[in-house]
Design a protein around this ligand. Sequence first.
Ligand SMILES: [Mg+2]
Length: 148
Amino acid sequence: MKFLKIKNHLIFLDIDGTITADNSTEIENKMLYFIENLQKNNKVYLCTNSRNHYRNQQISKITKLEILKTTPKKPSSKILNSLSTVEREMPKIVIGDKFLTDRFFARNIGAEFILVKRILSGNERFLIKTINFIDDLFDFSFGNFLKK
Ligand SMILES: [Mg+2]
């Protein structure tokens, strides 16, 4: 996997749709292995707009990753204010499934962006399905303009 070659980066890893289905705590072994490898050579933070703190803590325990606790949400670059100067100067990567949050966050902080194939449970609430649909439309319409 080419992912495993990433070294010395500050990585913002989204949760919902990226490492697990929306609001879930189930993470596949393959994903855990990927995260474990990513952590070996990089500083990785979980970065989510989800306010389900209990669930987020569970994900943090399972992945052994720290959650970036910030009041500003993605795509705000103010998220960086909670990091140390050393971290802020590291090359950055955002890994996520959404155009309107993750990709714009990457742009706002000058990070590379890795779009993942969204993990779905098939039981997403109507609201989540609608958000995903709109987000995919944006990605389809404008995604190519943002690709480097
Ligand atoms: Mg997501």
